[in-house]
Design a protein around this ligand. Structure first.
Ligand SMILES: Nc1nc2c(ncn2[C@@H]2O[C@H](COP(=O)(O)OP(=O)(O)OP(=O)(O)O)[C@@H](O)[C@H]2O)c(=O)[nH]1
Length: 617
């Protein structure tokens, strides 16, 4: 049986909810759907599963993009209700007929809904009996015309008035009419406002199971639910060919700098480095604009419309110039091109696909007056989505947290994890250097007791930086070494312990188990995943499996997962910046540092604006 049907605006106002349905919902499935799925550019998924204690729900949704409305149905997963998609389409159609942005009370919709539900149930029953295949309903135009047989377009004036409604995002969802949740849901339009809630929810996205990780990340727990997804399969053999990769130290003429100096008010050394890099960055930016001037102008808010020849986007939309409303078929070619473009920038295929599905879902049915507006609207929607994903949902201010730990007389502990050779030790040393510049005392803990030479490598960094190192040689349990290092740091009054760990492949179960133990035993303040910016689809595999293994192999009921990402070798990737997007999308963890060279000062912050611009170029 259907548990809930809710209609709200994209701005967050609940317009109508069915009071007759079922019992009060357990947990907060709708809040979680919005936070974990709709606002994270995962709305292209077919459905969303939510587990609360004593209940397992499936949620389905439909958008009326032109009117800025969202329709969500919730039902018990066990029931496999066949009519929900049809019912949503019918409700969408009928409600759009009576919707008025100025109107607040829709009690008269109760009776309409009752009829629609009855009709949908009867149809589903008939189909079941006759074993016919359920035909998809297109926006309720064929079915459920309980009153008059209008269409979405029948509400022109109202929809125009509401066209800008999307900008309202950021208000709260006020649950009215005694909605069963009985609470207010704060939906921030920007990820910066999100808290890191622990929830039993997830979204499944094809083979690499993003949703599971999403759930694990937010809950910090083990598998609870899955989401049905029509989605595509990721072919692990399919690799993106990378061109012009440079491995040596020589600066590359055409490479880009997508980073910000680590600290605006940083120390002299970092500022000097930043200044040097700033100059070269300007050069590089100039190279980009002269390479593809017309395309670059289409990207971002600074772009000037229609001053140059039409780019790839424009040509794709030529066939639908002048269309009043965007339909899925209109969007498909453009989104296919967008997906390919993202993949050329090293975005993992699965991520590119999901993003395009989400953008399509947000644009379908939107009223677009002219060719130019179609182009810019699609581009703007993708740009917004990318910014939203890359902008950290919560700030992790290491310096502030270090001082807070200091006040409690305990060291702040960071564990560096990742696959082999990505630059863990080198970038650990860079972070140590950065902390020293902020007058924070640092101790290194040599917990790579596996690879020969690893301890000596770290010792060299410690000597150069003149900081203490805690080491116990090789073949020791790294979890115990880390524990002793933290005890030592507590005694000696070190502010921070940076724990180096052995590189390990995400599928290496014994080593992953050892890492899980290290994290469980020492409960670090920050688990930093060090990953190369050079990877494409592998980025997803590495990060998702690290998270998965940390969750599965932990003995704790609330396992710790990756808190942040340190992206290395950014100086070698030219404009193939997609790994940053893939990693953040798949883990939800922010990129906290970017390694962009082999000296201690080569550590920066990610410049989201620059990355987005490059991804869309
Ligand atoms: N160009 C460039 N090279 C880097 C960067 N960070 C690290 N490297 C180089 O990458 C190589 C591997 O670095 P390590 O720090 O030894 O990597 P690791 O992850 O500790 O290696 P394992 O302990 O074997 O897993 C070294 O040659 C580093 O100089 C970076 O940001 N840019």
């Amino acid at each position: 049986m259907l548990e809930e049907l809710l209609i709200f605006t994209r701005g967050g106002l609940i317009l109508w909810t069915c009071k007759e349905l079922g019992n009060a919902l357990k947990g907060s499935p709708i809040d979680t759907l919005i936070r974990s799925c709709l606002l994270e550019e995962r709305s292209g998924a077919a459905s969303y599963n939510y587990d609360a204690p004593g209940a397992a729900y499936t949620l389905k949704w439909a958008f009326h993009n032109k009117l800025g409305l969202v329709f969500v149905a919730v039902y018990q997963r066990i029931l496999h209700l066949l009519y929900v998609d049809e019912l949503l389409a019918m409700v969408k159609h009928e409600f759009s007929e009576i919707y008025d942005p100025k109107r607040m009370n829709y009690n008269d919709f109760n009776e309409t809904f009752r009829q629609l539900r009855k009709e949908a149930e009867v149809r589903a029953e008939e189909l079941k009996k006759s074993k016919q295949l359920v035909k998809p309903v297109n926006d309720g135009k064929k079915l459920g015309q309980v009153k008059k047989g209008g269409s979405e377009g029948g509400n022109k004036k109202k929809s125009e008035a509401n066209d800008g409604g999307d900008g309202d995002s950021g208000k709260s969802y006020k649950l009215e009419n005694g909605h069963s949740n009985g609470n207010h849901v704060n939906i921030e339009g920007s990820r910066t406002g999100f808290t890191n809630d622990k929830e039993n929810a997830s979204c499944n996205f094809g083979a690499f199971n993003v949703s599971k990780l999403q759930k694990l990340r937010s809950k910090g727990g083990k598998k609870t639910d899955t989401v049905v997804n029509k989605g595509s399969k990721m072919d692990p053999k399919k690799k993106i060919t990378k061109k012009n990769r440079v491995w040596d130290d020589s600066p590359q003429e055409s490479k880009l700098d997508f980073t910000d100096p680590l600290e605006e008010n940083g120390n002299e050394n970092i500022e000097v480095v930043a200044t040097d890099h700033g100059e070269s960055m300007m050069d590089k930016e100039e190279i980009i604009s002269s390479d593809s001037e017309s395309e670059a102008e289409e990207v971002g808010k600074e772009s000037k419309p229609d001053t140059k020849k039409k780019g790839w986007f424009s040509s794709i939309f030529q066939s639908i110039a002048g269309k009043a409303n965007l339909e899925k078929s209109d969007l498909e070619p453009a989104l296919k091109a967008l997906k390919d473009r993202l993949m050329t920038k090293n975005v993992a295929e699965e991520i590119a696909e999901k993003l395009c599905e989400s953008v399509a879902a947000s644009l379908e049915g939107k009223k677009l007056a002219s060719f130019t507006r179609i182009s810019s609207t699609v581009q703007a929607a993708m740009e917004e989505a990318l910014v939203r994903i890359l902008t950290p949902r919560r700030s992790i201010d290491i310096l502030r947290d270090v001082h807070a730990a200091k006040e409690q007389r305990k060291p702040y502990v960071v564990v560096f994890v990742g696959v082999n050779g990505v630059g863990k030790s080198t970038n650990l040393a860079k972070v140590a250097y950065w902390l020293l510049q902020h007058k924070i005392s640092v101790m290194m803990a040599a917990c790579d007791t596996f690879r020969s030479g690893a301890v000596e490598q770290l010792r060299t960094h410690a000597r150069r930086l003149q900081i203490p190192i805690f080491e116990k040689g090789y073949e020791k349990d790294p979890a115990i070494v880390a524990k002793e290092a933290i005890q030592e740091a507590t005694h000696s009054g070190s502010d921070v312990v940076l724990v180096d760990t052995a590189g390990r492949m995400q599928d290496n179960e014994p080593l992953m188990r050892a890492l899980s133990k290290l994290i469980y035993l020492n409960n670090p303040d920050l688990v930093l995943f060090v990953g190369e910016a050079l990877v494409g689809n592998d980025a997803v595999d590495q990060l998702s499996k690290f998270n998965q293994k940390l969750a599965d192999l932990s003995t704790s009921p609330n396992p710790r997962l990756i808190d942040g990402i340190l992206l290395t070798k950014f100086d070698t990737i030219d404009d193939k910046v997609g790994a940053a997007l893939s990693m953040v999308y798949v883990s939800g963890a922010p990129v906290m540092f970017v390694g962009c060279g082999q000296s201690y000062t080569d550590l920066k912050k990610l410049n989201v604006k620059s990355i987005v611009k490059t991804l869309l170029k």
